[in-house]
Ligand binder design. Structure first.
Ligand code: AG3
Length: 275
């Protein structure tokens, strides 16, 4: 018998993957968690029916979340990742030697547990001594932090369920307060095909709080529409003004120093969303 998983990305459109086996299917305290093995993309983490990451294409998202802000900041030492319990962003953050401490605040401990078990090459650095893992509400963590971080990355799920609060203007105000005076943050901000209003709204909110706001994209085959966006809010450093000498050698599969800037070159219909 053939088993197929479909994420209904909209009411009328989806993405389908043939399943080899199911490792976990569980209702956690916060969400429905599935860990499956797919024929095409290897092991896949699914939360509330939405693809979060796969072994085959995870590098795109994790590298682009981490390296764009980290290379923009001249000396990132204290880094916070909100969400991201699979550990992929943390793995990339640790490639930057200036980072003394990377804190991960993930609301759902089960995401961490099963990622360590079934996505070891993604979660493998969560035990690193430069990493502190907190199973806690990222919204509350931000609300209680002040002038603490150089870079904050919001690696959330979609604005439904536990992550809904992480797309509100009040959250970005909290991030601004949690950042140092030259801090910078990035958030994943969904796709321009099915959620254009979200991109416009977040960009507007962030630009009312941060002097420098930028949008960039990456191609992620297993996410809705394949074209993903990220929004940066920065107090001082412009990702487009990065001094090339700052790019040190790191091992990547998607990020390159050319792409660091090229990712900000937007297709017209995407640029129109943030006019
Ligand atoms: N976080 C963002 C995933 C959003 C995907 N959306 C969807 N499939 N509808 C990914 C977490 C990876 N660390």
């Amino acid at each position: 018998m053939e088993l197929w998983f479909t994420e209904k990305q909209t009411k009328n459109f989806g993405i389908t993957a043939k399943i080899k086996r199911t490792y976990v299917t569980e209702q956690t305290e916060f969400q429905k968690l599935d860990m499956v093995e797919t024929e095409e993309f290897g092991n896949m983490l699914i939360l509330d029916g939405m693809v979060m990451t796969t072994q085959k294409d995870e590098f795109v998202y994790h590298e682009m979340v981490a390296h764009v802000p980290l290379f923009t900041h001249p000396n990132p030492r204290q880094v916070l990742v909100v969400g991201g319990g699979d550990g992929g962003v943390i793995r990339e953050v640790l490639k930057h030697p200036s980072v003394q401490k990377a804190t991960l605040v993930e609301i759902d401990g089960k995401v961490i547990e099963y990622s360590k078990q079934y996505l070891p090459e993604i979660a493998g650095e969560l035990e690193n001594s430069r990493v502190e893992v907190k199973v806690d509400d990222g919204f509350m963590h931000i609300a209680m932090s002040e002038n603490q971080y150089d870079v904050i990355m919001v690696d959330s799920t979609e604005p439904v369920g536990p992550a809904a609060k992480l797309f509100e203007k009040g959250f970005y105000e909290g991030i601004s307060k949690a950042l140092k005076e030259d801090g910078i943050f990035v958030a994943q901000t969904d796709n321009p095909w099915f959620t254009p209003e979200l991109i416009s709204q977040v960009y507007k909110d962030v630009s009312e709080i941060f002097p420098i706001t930028r949008l960039y994209t990456a191609n992620i085959p297993t996410y809705p529409s394949g074209l993903w966006t990220f929004t940066i809010g920065s107090k001082q450093y412009d990702p487009l003004e990065v001094n090339e000498e700052r790019f040190h050698d790191i091992e990547t599969k998607y990020w390159t120093k050319e792409l660091h800037k090229a990712a900000f070159a937007l297709p017209k219909f995407v640029a129109d969303l943030i006019k």
